[in-house]
Design a protein around this ligand. Structure first.
Ligand SMILES: C[S@@+](CC[C@H](N)C(=O)[O-])C[C@H]1O[C@@H](n2cnc3c(N)ncnc32)[C@H](O)[C@@H]1O
Length: 263
């Protein structure tokens, strides 16, 4: 399978063209179905449609994941419970329900400001998976506050509530007009702990290419997909890649050839 590749098109269709058990880690940050304004994607599907579509992409991601692999799904309050069930029904083993608590949530007028996203962490196998705890340890209160000699000098494994700032419009890291670019620091933790150098990381919902960019920085291979041409171009620029033909362009060309033959 070709790696270090960005596809333009529908991730379900594209994943169907890729071989079984070919990736080590999946990070998926799908649209949350909360009416966000994306370039082309309609983030306002009926409950049934969104649920069915979530089942479809989870099924393909599961097929592509090696038996030793892990999947992390970022999801909002509205569908976190549903995604948790879909992942369990697909046969994944639950490991953590991580809450990403961020600063700079968008101000609300008639409800409380949203300041978190759920990140569901599952593995394909119950016992065999990568977890490089040494790469993500953080200083503990035992070390810093209580100066306890028994504290592990390497720090502790982070809790399941994570603090990273959201990428706001004015941030230097912000790329283009994408409404929900994730911080690289969050992807650094996930990719460092759940994959090794040389592994392949898949993100079916590329957005601005955060997962691919961090995977590249951490010497992993990446495969990502994005349905919007505008965002696809942002990803290519971010990764210093040249434009290549998309699956849909290939399909169109096939159809043109077929019509020419039939005529
Ligand atoms: C929540 S954003 C991902 C943001 C990304 N994590 C980042 O850091 O930039 C979801 C992305 O999925 C894309 N998308 C929606 N449906 C898709 C599909 N069927 N195939 C591929 N991409 C899709 C949207 O255009 C949007 O950019």
């Amino acid at each position: 399978m070709e790696v270090d590749k960005v596809y333009l098109g529908d991730c379900v269709k594209i994943m169907k063209t890729l071989p079984n058990k070919s990736v080590d880690l999946v990070f998926a940050d799908p649209p949350f179905n909360i009416g966000l304004k994306y370039d082309v994607y309609n983030d306002n599907l009926s409950y049934e449609k969104y649920y069915k579509w979530s089942e479809e992409w989870v099924k393909e991601a599961c097929r592509l994941l090696k038996n030793s692999g892990a999947i992390y799904v970022a999801i909002g309050d509205e569908f976190a419970a549903e995604l948790n069930i879909i992942l369990k029904r697909r046969g994944f083993y639950f490991r953590n329900w991580i809450v990403w608590h961020y600063t700079f949530g968008q101000n609300q007028r008639k409800k409380f400001t949203r300041a978190h996203t759920h990140i569901l962490y599952f593995t394909k196998d119950k016992a065999r998976f990568t977890f490089n705890d040494k790469h993500i340890r953080v200083p503990s209160a035992r070390q810093l506050v209580y100066k306890d000699k028994r504290a592990n000098p390497l720090g502790k494994i982070p809790d399941d509530v994570w603090q990273f700032s959201r990428i706001c419009g004015t941030f230097k890291e912000r790329l283009g007009r994408h409404p929900c670019q994730m911080p690289e620091s969050l992807l650094e933790r996930i990719i460092s702990v759940s994959s090794n150098e040389g592994d392949t990381v898949l993100d079916p919902f590329g957005g601005t290419g955060t997962t691919a960019a961090v995977a590249k920085k951490l010497k992993r291979h990446f495969i990502t997909m994005e349905i919007s041409e505008e965002y696809y171009d942002i990803i290519l620029r971010r990764l210093n890649l040249r434009r290549v033909k998309s699956v849909s362009e290939d399909e169109e060309e096939e159809q043109r050839t077929l019509f020419a033959v039939l005529r």
